[in-house]
Design a protein around this ligand. Structure first.
Ligand code: PXL
Length: 276
């Protein structure tokens, strides 16, 4: 069984970061080891959330992993809270990267043209320096714009997206993946650029009528889980995009689902079918 180490916060309520990475990656038949960066009562879209920073635990935990000679098939970082945590992730990659494992960065910090409350532009720029050290990065268009100093646009053409992908690839990653790429009303998709092959790839699908918090984390967890199950990056994009879309579809259908996240749980059978 493949093993992923994922580094993100625990938001006790909110269906994001570790509370989606763990169940999704485990359901996919991949071991999910974790390194929690902070414990929050909820994600930051709630008011008055509590937050206990765990930065000081990161090095002792990774030192223990090193002493135990632990190896991971993928290192996956998500929402990070500070410059120091970004530096620690660079060190983690240096310590645990091998010729055969994957480093994967979801620079989870912004959406819909805006940075999340906890972040500013210098932080976004610094996140680019972690993306530079990853094999695969999965920003949305907003995050990509902040990291590459590109003007954010609500509507754009293929040339704009390809230019963003080339700028991201210039950081140094092997595959840059942009989520939420929509050229036509009613459709959305994921566009990727494979630097080695100098090849673009676009997967498009029906756009659901609403968007929800935490779907970026669901996409990333599924993407890396599918790659660990031996799928190509193109297959993994399709599996992750379809599953994320199915989670949103089920959420729209069920009025009892709370606002803060999607119904990823009841879509797990759909995900497992797509792995067959
Ligand atoms: O889904 C990204 C995310 C992860 N963790 C925390 C968040 C968010 C988005 O707002 O607040 C704590």
């Amino acid at each position: 069984m493949k093993r992923i180490l994922t580094v993100q916060d625990i938001s006790c309520v909110g269906k994001c970061s570790l509370t989606v990475a763990l169940p999704i990656i485990s359901a996919m038949g991949v071991e999910c080891s974790i390194l929690p960066t902070a414990v929050l009562s909820t994600h930051t879209m709630f008011k008055n959330f509590t937050c206990k920073d765990l930065t000081s635990e990161i090095e002792p935990i990774t030192e223990h992993f090193k002493k135990e000679n632990m190896q991971f098939d993928a290192l996956y970082t998500g929402y990070l809270g500070s410059f120091e945590q970004i530096d620690l992730m660079k060190k983690l990659f240096e310590d645990f990267k091998t010729d055969s494992n994957l480093t994967f960065v979801d620079p989870s910090m912004a959406d819909n043209g805006k940075l999340y409350d906890a972040f500013d532009v210098p932080f976004a720029k610094y996140m680019a320096s972690l993306c530079a050290k990853a094999d695969i990065i999965v920003p949305n268009i907003t995050e990509a714009c902040f990291m590459t100093d590109t003007v954010y646009k609500e509507s754009y053409d293929e040339a704009y997206v390809k230019d963003l992908l080339l700028k991201l690839a210039d950081f140094g990653c092997k595959i840059a993946v942009l989520t939420g790429v929509s050229f036509t009303e009613g459709e959305t998709g994921v566009m990727a650029y494979d630097k080695e092959k100098d090849e673009f790839f676009y997967y498009r699908h029906k756009k659901q009528s609403r968007s929800y918090h935490g779907t970026g984390d669901i996409f990333s967890s599924t993407f890396i889980g599918a790659m660990m199950r031996g799928k190509t990056y193109k297959e993994a994009i399709k599996i992750a995009a379809d599953y994320t879309s199915e989670c949103i579809r089920l959420t729209i259908l069920d009025k009892s689902i709370p606002w803060y996240g999607v119904n990823f749980e009841e879509a797990i059978p759909f995900l497992l079918d797509s792995l067959k």
